[in-house]
Design a protein around this ligand. Structure first.
Ligand code: PRX
Length: 656
């Protein structure tokens, strides 16, 4: 394969998808037992308010709602006047009857240590955590930042916040101190919950140290609660600041395991979750309680076809929205048994995930295309060594899945007996929006199929006309939609609602085929999707120009066989600075240090000039062409067209 083909220069994703005509009917054995078996569900959901209200009725409400929906674009309110508590719905309501001693969370640490919690025990843990927060002065409406590894306490902390009505803001443990501080400051969080460390690929990630560096810059933080990964200190050396920092295990013994739940309004904020956009500053996506819980509850039950005896494993980190909706709130609201794993998929070897599936009898498995492509590269020997017959449904999320990876997942992991559920959604949508239904939909590799019942999506052009290939748009409200950007209503309106009046702009491009199947192609804005993680080009550019040697920087995403996209950065240096290989490595490390390792550029290309329009705007489109080895697009608007040719020659030289 040539370098150009490797970078996706030959065939575009669209070409590949357009030639995909394999169809997979739901396996008859599966379909006959599926939670939703009848395609009439789509028609029944046409009265979407009534449809969602029927789902909402399955939650426990403290006070019923009076109206289902109030839609004053761009603001929706769902289940108006209703009161409920998200934690109660995930925990307390399972305490009566047979779920009381059912496993709620099965946890495995990377070194192989195990912990498990029944619903009864979960109730105690969460109530105790909630009382600890209260003892530190956290009350209804106060924001709590959570920066933890994948340990059970991450779920306890989230649910504890929900219990007392304190919106949480979970920050992925891989983010840098700066990224953590920015998020804490934007939300004005009062308390930070962190840990001493966690295991990743055999090493220990020292979180407290990062947290300390962040909190130095966070005037609103009164207290830091530190969870010891092993239940007692010793994993890594940490410094505790007197009066501010508290070990969780010191506070917990004094806290009661009974804690009343707060009666929250359906529209009260459940959480804020920061995600990247097209500017340098991440935005705080605000999710509320009633609508959010309704949609994650319904989609978990229908899309994953959850049954009482399933062992459900979503491999995401709780730091991302997938972890919020489909590790914590959706599955627990359904009374499921949820598996959590702390570490890397290739530790101690590349068979770790399959060993876990085998040992725990995992039946429903949800992961990202990036992971599937890595498994493919590692080879089928690893899964073949384990008994995977407990699996009955496989899901994917986060990025487009290429048909080859889909087929491999289907054959090698699913033994050709498991439906594959390719789910499209976003941090902003809160819950799954486009997906097959496992008992009904004939799936096509690479297509997320169609909108979930009760959801409408359409493809529009710039003028708002319906087209068969264009921008993915959502023309009517849905229960788990974001309500605003935290303290930035203006950005909320501009980002999502300014393209067409009253219609949500998702930021993705898509195509619909003659059978009505949707094919999501990827972002159409300056947002990158690296290994399923959203990163803004502007964030990386700001991190680069923040380095002393850099005059100007432009960042684009280029195709990457495993990660979907990799970050290519084009940099001009200041006068007198030598653009050496060492400087390139230093800049990569600098970005990782500023944002987090997920944002490290794969390529740093030093350029004498960046291609700009006569008005001085950097033309990223041309840089993308260079980085992907495509034919260079139209350069007529460039101030100096020769810049591009020089850059391309240089890029090819650097690559070889
Ligand atoms: O581009 C789409 C891609 O991921 C973006 C949302 O990223 P984030 O908010 O981080 O949430 C990821 C997990 C829900 C979307 O705008 N995306 C997500 N799922 C798919 C997808 N692209 C194609 N197919 C999918 N199934």
């Amino acid at each position: 394969m040539s370098e150009q083909e490797k970078r996706g220069g030959g065939r575009t994703a669209l070409d590949v998808l357009l030639h995909e005509d394999r169809i997979f009917d739901p396996p008859p054995e599966f379909a006959s037992r599926a939670n939703v078996r009848d395609a009439s569900v789509y028609e029944e959901a046409e009265d979407y308010e009534a449809f969602w209200a029927r789902w909402a009725e399955q939650l426990d409400w403290i006070q019923p709602w009076t109206d289902v929906l109030d839609w004053k674009p761009p603001h929706a309110q769902w289940f108006i006047g209703g009161k409920l508590n998200a934690c109660f719905n995930c925990v307390d309501r399972h305490l009566e009857g047979s779920r009381r001693h059912k496993a709620a969370i099965l946890w495995e640490g990377e070194p192989g240590d195990r912990r498990s919690f029944t619903y009864f025990e979960l109730h105690e843990e969460v109530s105790r955590f909630a009382n600890v927060l209260k003892s530190l002065g956290v009350g209804r409406g106060d924001r709590v930042a959570i920066y933890l590894p994948m340990i059970p306490e991450a779920a306890f902390a989230m649910l504890a916040c929900a219990r007392i009505g304190a919106p949480h803001s979970v920050v992925f443990g891989g983010f840098s101190p700066d990224s953590l501080a920015d998020r804490i400051n934007d939300a004005e969080a009062k308390v930070l919950i962190t840990g001493d460390g966690g295991y990743r690929r055999g090493g220990v990630v020292a979180l407290k140290d990062n947290a300390d560096r962040a909190v130095e810059r966070c005037p609103t933080i009164d207290h830091v609660v530190v969870v010891a990964r092993d239940g007692e200190p010793g994993l890594v050396e940490v410094t505790m600041k007197e009066g501010r920092d508290h070990w969780y295990h010191d506070l917990a013994p004094d806290a009661s395991t009974e804690c009343e739940v707060e009666a929250m309004d359906a529209e009260d904020t459940l959480y804020i979750l920061y995600t990247s956009g097209t500017t340098g500053k991440p935005k705080g996506v605000v999710h509320t309680t009633g609508g959010y819980m309704t949609q994650v509850y319904a989609t978990t039950q229908v899309v994953f076809d959850l049954k009482e005896d399933d062992v459900y494993w979503c491999t995401a980190d709780v730091g991302w929205v997938t972890g919020h909706s489909y590790i914590v709130y959706g599955p627990l609201a359904n009374g499921a048994t949820v598996l959590m794993y702390e570490g890397a998929p290739d530790f101690p070897d590349q068979g770790r995930f399959w060993k876990i599936c085998d040992e725990y009898g995992v039946s429903v498995f949800y992961t990202a295309p990036t992971a599937i492509r890595a498994f493919m590269r590692w080879g089928r020997d690893w899964p073949d060594r384990h008994d995977l017959t407990s699996l009955r449904l496989l899901g994917t999320v986060g990025e487009p899945i290429n048909p080859e990876a889909w087929i491999w997942y289907h054959e090698v992991i699913g033994g050709e007996r498991c439906p594959i559920i390719d789910t499209w959604w976003q941090t902003e949508t809160g819950g799954i929006m486009i997906t097959p239904l496992p008992g009904i939909t004939a799936t096509r590799p690479g297509s997320a199929c169609r909108a979930f019942p009760g959801i409408e999506v359409t493809l529009l052009d710039d003028a708002g006309e319906e087209v068969s290939a264009g921008y993915l748009a959502i023309p009517r409200p849905w229960p788990s939609m974001l309500r605003t950007i935290w303290r930035d209503e203006d950005r909320y309106r501009k980002t999502y609602w300014s393209k067409w009046p009253g219609v949500y702009f998702a930021g993705d491009g898509a195509k619909v085929d003659e059978d009505g199947y949707l094919w999501v192609l990827g972002r159409v804005d300056d947002v990158l999707n690296v290994a399923g993680h959203r990163i803004g080009t502007m964030e990386v550019e700001s991190a680069l120009v923040d380095h002393d040697a850099v005059a100007e920087a432009a960042v684009v995403g280029r195709h990457d066989e495993i990660k979907g996209q990799a970050i290519a950065s084009f940099v001009t240096v200041k006068d007198g600075v030598a653009p050496t290989k060492e400087l390139g490595a230093e800049l990569q490390a600098h970005v990782a240090d500023r944002i987090g390792p997920i944002a490290r550029p794969a390529d740093v290309i030093f350029a004498a000039d960046l291609p700009k329009t006569r008005s001085g705007k950097i033309m990223r489109r041309l840089l993308k062409d260079i980085a992907e080895g495509h034919a260079i697009g139209d350069t007529t608007t460039l101030a100096d067209p020769a810049v591009v040719e020089r850059l391309r020659m240089q890029y090819e030289e650097d690559e070889s």
